[in-house]
Structures are given as C-alpha cells and as structure tokens.
Design a binder for this molecule. Sequence first.
Ligand code: 8Y7
Length: 282
Amino acid sequence: MVMQLNCNGKFLDLSWPRVMGVLNVTPDSFYDGGRHNRLDLALQHAERMLSEGAAIIDVGGESTRPGAENISIGQELDRVIPVVECLTKKLDVIVSIDTSKAEVMQQAVIAGAGLINDVSALRGEGALQVAANSGVPVCLMHMQGQPQTMQNNPEYADVMTEVDQFLRQRISACENAGISRDQIILDPGFGFGKTLGHNMQLLQNLNKLSVQGLPVLVGLSRKSMLGALLAPDCPPPPEKRLYAGLAGAVIAAMRGARIIRTHDVEATVDALKIVAGIQATA
Ligand code: 8Y7
C-alpha cells in the first residue's frame, strides 16, 4: 500500500484515514455578493476545515448533482482559480481541484493545486495528458452515465465487478499516458449512477477495491443513499444526515478507505481517530 502521495510539493501521509473537506464555489453555495466576498467566504470556510483537521480541501466550481446545468470553461476558471490561488498562498493545506475539464486542471495546478479529483476519471478531452504533465496525484472515480441522467434507472449485472473493471481500465489509461501508478487514488463513486442497493453492495465490498494496492477515497457525506436508509418512505433532507454520514465514513475506513470526502470535517476527523486507534492496535 502506498502510504504517501506527493501533491505538488506537499506530502500526504495516508498511513491513517484522512479527511478531504468539501469547498463548493458554486453560486448556489455562495449566493450573494461579488468576487471578493466569495473569496473571503471561501477562505474562511477553508480555514475552519483546516483547523478542524482536514488534510485536503476539495475546491469545486461545477455542480455534479443530477439535473445540474453545465457551465463554460471560462465560468469555471473564474470561480475556482482565484480560490485555489488564495488557499495555497495563505494556508498550509493540500488543495484538490474537483473538475473534469483539462483546462481547469492545468490552471489549478499552476495556481498551486496538489491533487486532481475528477468524477469522470480523466475521460474528458485532454485530461489524461494534462494530468500526466502536472505530476500531481489523481482521483479516478467511477460513474455510470452522465450527471444529468445517471440516476434514471442505473443497471449493472454485478456492480462491484463493473466498478472494479472500469477502474482497472482507467488505471491502464493513466499508465499509458505517463501517470505513475503510485499517483493514483480510486473511488467507487457513491451515488453516481447507482441505486441504493448498488451503493450498499459497493460499501459492503469496499475492501475488494483496496486489493489493487492503491488508496481508496470515499464520498458519502449527506448523500441521498443515507436518507434512503434512514427513512425510505420519507427520507430526511441533507441537513439531517450528519450521523448517518459518520456511520458511513467509519464503515468505509474500516473497509480500507484512506480518504473520506465530507462536508462535516470536525465530526468526521473525530470518528476516524477512533478507527485509526483500532487499526493501529495489533
Ligand atoms: C464525490 C466527488 C462529489 C465523490 C469524489 C456530493 C465531486 C456530490 N461526490 N468526488 N464529488 N467522490 N472523488 O454529494 O463521491 O458531494 S459531488
């Protein structure tokens, strides 16, 4: 198991489960005011997550929610690049760029980003080459279909096998493009073209993804699968899914996940310390 990643000069120690804090810079998250206000709020939120123990801050400017609108490259650059620049200048933290666009990856890494988090697993035009040239680690996530339509009746013969095969193919594509194997993180992509049953099978069998010897990242925070498990007939809204998400994070970490992507940094860091304590016990 790779225990350390080189993230644009900063090292990420994965010998225990770490937290990636979510920083959305979409207009619906930071709705009012101009650019300065947005930057200020983003910095504040990132500082808070850092103080709560986040190892990585994941900056995203495009919503991947089902039904979300696509935005142009220019819009996405305008949203995320000033934030990436500001965070890497002011905070001692690894900044991850959540994007599927090659141009955004490239500019973000120039601005100081230390990790590429791509829900399309570098299938976008030019993404493999940009990622390879950047030298930073990449998170390859599985998604069936496209964000707009992925939750319309997702189907698998065997979800675990298909996700595993997809990720193996993407690892090969990365290696062929010149990305070193030890710079790759794998993610089954909870909620991305999956029913509740598919998500449950993936979580139950998560340890099988780790046999590839690469670190696994998991994002469950506030997702609808948690609501569906809590109350299938009347799922609670995202604000009521904190405790469920913590349970999910602990299960994932116990099954080998090394990075947990979450909106709830303080609570998740605490929960993972308990897992780390158990995992350090012979
Ligand atoms: C994930 C993600 C989202 C995830 C990785 C949300 C950007 C939806 N989910 N990236 N992004 N894994 N790697 O609810 O599960 O946060 S967006």
